[in-house]
Design a protein around this ligand. Structure first.
Ligand code: FES
Length: 168
């Protein structure tokens, strides 16, 4: 999960499904230039596939009418874009000050000991991936965990255990 300089090819063409296609067309009308759609298009791709492949970068560039290198620059600059497949449940644990002071480490330790993943790893069964991230902007309710983009606040090990037990 660490090398952000390389794109991975799936060997298969990529395109938006009908839902993302419609969303792309809805959003593109909001912006003064089509290039403004690079970040939203990357989000739509990640929402659809869980990550962003080399083929998706080429598709977005073509769809927007820009250079693939521009899309690549955005995708590699922002760490929230995944450039390789993640676990079915991608867990982000905030490691910045408020969450650190309120024992985010207990959560990371639990995931390491019980699920068997360190930050930057994907579990062997592909079910979970773990990433430590910078401030998620909910410092008043630290420690904060995001699972597939959904916020879980004032987390502790017991709450996390219950949350994970409820996942399919
Ligand atoms: S420090 Fe964790 S959400 Fe801000």
């Amino acid at each position: 999960m660490s090398d952000r300089s390389q794109l991975i090819s799936t060997g298969k063409p990529f395109q938006f499904d009908s839902k993302r296609d419609a969303e792309f067309e809805r959003l593109v009308k909001r912006y003064p230039t089509r290039e403004s759609m690079i970040l939203p298009a990357l989000w739509l791709t990640q929402e659809q596939e869980g990550w962003i492949s080399a083929e998706a970068i080429a598709y977005i560039a073509d769809r927007i009418g820009t250079f693939a290198s521009k899309v690549f620059e955005c995708a590699t600059f922002y760490t929230m874009y995944h450039l390789q497949p993640m676990g079915k449940y991608h867990i982000c644990v905030c490691r910045t000050l408020s969450c650190w002071l309120r024992d985010k480490q207990a959560i990371v330790d639990y995931l390491r000991d019980e699920i068997g993943i360190e930050p930057g790893q994907i579990s062997e069964d592909g079910r979970f991936s773990l990433e430590e991230v910078e401030c998620l902007g909910h410092c008043g309710t630290a420690p904060v965990v995001q699972i597939n983009g959904e916020f879980h606040e004032e987390m502790d090990v017991d709450k996390l255990k219950a949350l994970l037990a409820g996942l399919d």
